[in-house]
Design a protein around this ligand. Structure first.
Ligand code: NAP
Length: 489
């Protein structure tokens, strides 16, 4: 008798949904564990004012669930969240969801060829296969600033926005000037009494070219999907053309474009100097906005570059000795992106731990499978970021996982694991290809592990990633047959 593997998917964001759709269509038995109350992942967590996607929505959507009704080029969080919930509903994923259930540990049983999944409540269940879809931008990075406990004002991270009280009339401090901050700072600045932007490193910001789609366009996209597909294809091709070399003509062109945007947006030379980076565009994630510079020019907004040294009871103190009195401080300080699966204790074959194996920086074969961890897959895993719509990458990975499961069933395999030599050769190639890229230029970014190794970025195009996953050979893996293993029946 051939057993169909029971699959645990951890996370109900875009990755968990992509995986769920594949598993549901193929008729697998699966459970999606989700820490929060429902589908959406990062788009459920990040509800800050102004939250929007910075990848064009016609491309930041599933190929099997195109949406003719995106309101604009870069849709906002409520629209994306509704879209994701809609896709999950349309594919019947709700009945597979275990919401409000955080998974904290995974343990591989090499005799039984099964994973034990442990939740925060201590409940345990057994699955043949585990797919991690927890994403990369899941664990907020809270800076270790002395005295935070004595601050009597409000303090929250951008991914845990406190909507219980308005910021209207407040003195607000915003720490960080990354992708999230450049969206919420313009959205909140007008209502605050005063907003102090604490900037550690300036970021390049390019103009954002955005189209608001009309009702006529929505009708046309719905009638003739080719029209919307054209927009999707155009966005896809733009990403395919990207070149990540530090000194590529594209990097130079983008840096000049952002320089011009800064010159036009900030006439004050002193403020402009504060906002001028000394590294090329792309070293940090490229940003675009038409509202960022006008916001920094507002009379109730100050850009503070003296580093914060401590919290006081009433605010923060900067290195120049000044105390900034604040009612609310917002951490826009990003995520522990380079610490993959930081919230999960994964114990693989022979008692090995992923935390130890990845102590010098995470790595996987095509970001998806790790030697020593049979029947375990990581969506949006190491070195899958940076080059295209994440939804495109997730779809390619979910399809690969489903194909691998199909092959397990076909071969009546109890376990499948990537060969170490294949994994190691791939990672050597990837790290070699990352040398000289703009991500290694003279800036600090979240792409690097503390060891210095770039663990988040893929050095080629999205299409190359999808093609390589599609071409992965059975012979790249070690298959343990159920009969040979004397395994469970
Ligand atoms: P981020 O890009 O990592 O930016 C974090 C900011 O906090 C940086 O300005 C950083 O300064 C600053 N910071 C960190 N630790 C600090 C400390 N101890 N003291 C002072 N400043 C500190 O984080 P994010 O803005 O949340 O964005 C993270 C990622 O989320 C993005 O790159 C993107 O992938 C994703 N995102 C996507 C969208 C979208 O539209 N699709 C929108 C928002 C976010 P330094 O530069 O000096 O490190």
């Amino acid at each position: 008798m051939t057993l169909s593997p029971a699959v645990a998917v951890i996370g109900a964001g875009p990755g968990g949904i992509a995986m769920g759709v594949q598993l549901a269509a193929a008729g697998y038995d699966f459970t999606i564990f989700e820490r929060s109350a429902g589908f959406g992942g990062t788009w459920r967590n990040n509800t800050y004012p102004g939250a929007a996607c910075d990848v064009p929505s016609h491309f930041y959507s599933f190929s099997f669930a195109l949406n003719p009704y995106w309101s604009k080029t870069f849709a906002g969080q409520p629209e994306i969240m509704a879209y994701l919930e809609g896709v999950a509903g349309d594919h019947g994923l709700g009945r597979h969801l275990r919401s409000d259930t955080a998974v904290v540990a995974l343990d591989w049983d090499g005799d039984e060829h099964r994973w034990t999944v442990t939740t925060a409540a201590g409940e345990q269940s057994r699955f043949d296969v585990v797919v991690s879809a927890v994403g990369m931008l899941d664990v907020p990075n809270i800076p270790d600033i002395p005295g935070a406990e004595q601050f009597t004002g409000r303090l929250f991270h951008s991914a845990r926005w406190d909507h219980s009280r308005s910021l209207a009339g407040e003195r607000v401090g915003a720490i960080g000037t990354g992708a999230s901050a450049i969206q919420y700072i313009p959205a909140i600045a007008p209502e605050t009494e005063h907003l102090t932007v604490f900037q550690r490193t300036p970021t390049w910001v390019a103009p954002r070219i955005e189209e608001r789609f009309t009702a006529e366009q929505h009708d046309a996209f719905a009638r003739d999907p080719e029209l919307a597909l054209h927009l999707r294809q155009k966005a896809f091709e733009d990403y395919e053309l990207a070149n990540f070399d530090a000194d590529s003509p594209l990097t130079e062109h983008l840096t000049k474009t952002s320089q011009k945007h800064l010159m036009a947006g900030i006439p004050d030379p002193e403020l402009r100097a504060k906002l001028t980076p000394d590294y090329p565009v792309g070293c940090k994630r490229p940003l675009s906005s038409m509202t960022w510079f006008p916001t920094l020019m507002r009379t109730n907004v100050t850009v503070e570059t003296s580093p914060i040294v401590e919290f006081t009871t009433g605010g923060v103190r900067t290195a120049d000795g000044a105390e900034h009195l604040l009612d609310t401080v917002i951490y826009g300080t990003g995520f522990k992106a380079a610490d993959y699966l930081a919230g999960l204790d994964v114990c693989g074959a022979g008692g090995r731990r992923l935390r130890d194996d990845w102590s010098d920086g995470a790595e996987a074969y095509l970001g998806t499978v790790v030697p020593g961890y049979p029947n375990f897959f990581t969506l949006y895993g190491p070195n899958t970021n940076g080059v295209t719509s994440m939804i495109y990458i997730l779809e390619a990975q979910a399809e690969f996982v489903r194909r691998t499961l199909d092959e397990m069933v076909e071969q009546d395999a109890a376990a499948v694991e990537i060969r170490r030599d294949v994994h190691d050769a791939y990672n050597t190639e990837i790290q070699d290809a990352l040398v000289g890229t703009v991500w290694q230029a003279n800036c600090n970014n979240y792409f690097r592990h503390v060891s210095g190794k770039i663990v988040t970025q893929f050095p080629y195009s999205g299409k190359v990633f999808a093609e390589r996953l599609a071409r992965a050979e059975s012979s790249d893996f070690v298959w343990t047959s159920r009969a040979g293993a004397g395994g469970r029946r």
